[in-house]
Design a protein around this ligand. Structure first.
Ligand code: PLP
Length: 396
């Protein structure tokens, strides 16, 4: 049966990590995968997470199954982060959430829900977008089309082109937005632009799907939800895929959230019952541990304050690296303007490095960057900055 199969191509980002691990050169630098690194180049366990785990371990009495959607406390915690603690959407019962395995799992649940239950099977994603979006949506049978987002020449968002291409969206189509810290460009709509998009969406009858994988990495935990909350004011129906991989550092625990918002509680319950049957036929019910950590932190004032502080530290370190990168390139005599890197936010930026330069960085300097030129700023440290910028200066 299997002899007719040929090897599938390696995932462009995870494949790069595999190659990085195998590289024996000293001083190698990985700016490929989106994993937070501290100044020492390690991916730490947050202190609030360790404390929550200790509580969980000392208090747990069973390993019995969770329900299909996970615990109600987790669902409520996800919704409060999305809409704010005193949101009318929550009090009116218009939102329903399920603990999904990671943001990817939540996106796949969204995709299955659209494919099975909504009249239009078309989803619009930004060009460019996270490399896995197309895989996830196509795997569920959706048609994936793109809307303009980025002006490579200006190294900035092209809002006019974005609006222009979104005019092609038909009523009922789903449109995916990055909640904040757009991956891969690091450029988000402004509050005014979110407002305009939200109005266009409501008028056009689009179903907005927010992929929210970096809450807290842009301006702050509450601030980063601004775009979603503006959309929720104008659009009675929404889908949201949350991820706690980055902002809780829970990458390998697979903690995400599927949330739907409906016009009223009855419609929310009906739609969510369909989501539950999708989950039952997929992974049946979620793992407990990661969701338990998130719930414990969100429901304990002192752990929550510690989490906010730790997220701010990660955000500030990345911003510091952005500024240092721009300054160090200048010091190395690079005349090209890289100041756009400082203006962008989150883990990623499009560096503008071309595939040849990316290849030379890997072959000659053991510096790993995705072929598109996307760099994970979170992989930069004070220690590797000099070598990184010298190498870039040589390949430019
Ligand atoms: N969405 C975006 C935009 C991402 O960048 C990522 C991870 O890199 C995800 C979703 C998936 O997150 P998770 O690791 O929780 O599946």
């Amino acid at each position: 049966m299997f002899e007719q199969l040929s090897a599938a191509p390696a995932d462009p980002i995870l494949g790069l990590t595999e190659a990085f691990k195998k590289d024996t050169r000293t001083g190698k630098i990985n700016l490929g995968v989106g994993i937070y690194k501290d100044e020492a180049g390690t991916t730490p366990i947050l202190s609030c997470v360790k404390k929550a785990e200790e509580q969980l371990l000392s208090q747990e009495t069973t390993k019995s199954y969770l329900s299909i959607e996970g615990t109600p406390e987790y669902g409520l915690g996800v919704q409060r982060l999305l809409f704010g603690s005193d949101s009318d959407i929550i009090s009116a019962g218009r939102a329903r959430s399920a603990h999904a395995p990671g943001g990817t799992g939540a996106l796949r649940v969204c995709a299955e829900f659209i494919a099975r239950h909504l009249p239009s099977k078309r989803i619009w994603v930004s060009n460019p977008t996270w490399a896995n979006h197309g895989n996830v949506f196509k795997a569920a049978g959706l048609e994936v089309v793109t809307y303009d987002y980025y002006d490579a020449e200006a190294k900035d968002k092209d809002f006019a082109a974005m609006k222009n291409s979104l005019q092609q969206v038909a009523a009922g189509d789903t449109v995916l937005f990055h909640g904040c810290c757009h991956n891969p460009t690091g450029i988000d709509p402004t509050a005014e632009e979110w407002e305009e998009l939200a109005r266009l969406s409501a008028a056009g009858g689009w179903l907005p799907l927010f992929d929210f994988a970096y809450q807290g990495f842009g301006k702050g935990i509450e601030e980063d939800a601004a775009g979603l909350r503006i959309f929720a004011e104008h659009n009675p129906e929404l889908l949201i895929a949350s991820s706690f991989s980055k902002n809780f550092g829970l990458y390998n625990e697979r903690v995400g959230g599927f949330t739907l918002v409906a016009r009223d509680a009855t419609q929310a319950d009906n739609a969510f019952s369909q989501v539950k049957s999708i989950i039952r036929a997929n992974y049946s019910n979620p793992p407990f541990h990661g969701g338990g950590i998130v719930t414990t932190v969100l429901n304990n004032a002192s752990l929550y304050a510690e989490w906010e502080k730790e997220v701010a530290e990660m955000r500030d370190r990345i911003q510091g690296m952005r500024d240092l990168f721009v300054d160090t390139l200048k010091e190395k005599g690079v005349s090209q303007d890289f100041s756009f890197i400082s203006r962008q936010c989150g883990m990623f930026s499009f560096s503008g490095l071309n595939p040849d330069q990316v290849k030379r960085l890997k072959d000659e300097f053991a510096i790993y960057i995705v072929g598109s030129g996307r760099i994970s700023v979170a992989g930069m440290t004070r220690n590797n900055m000099d070598a990184l910028c010298s190498a870039i200066a040589q390949v430019l």
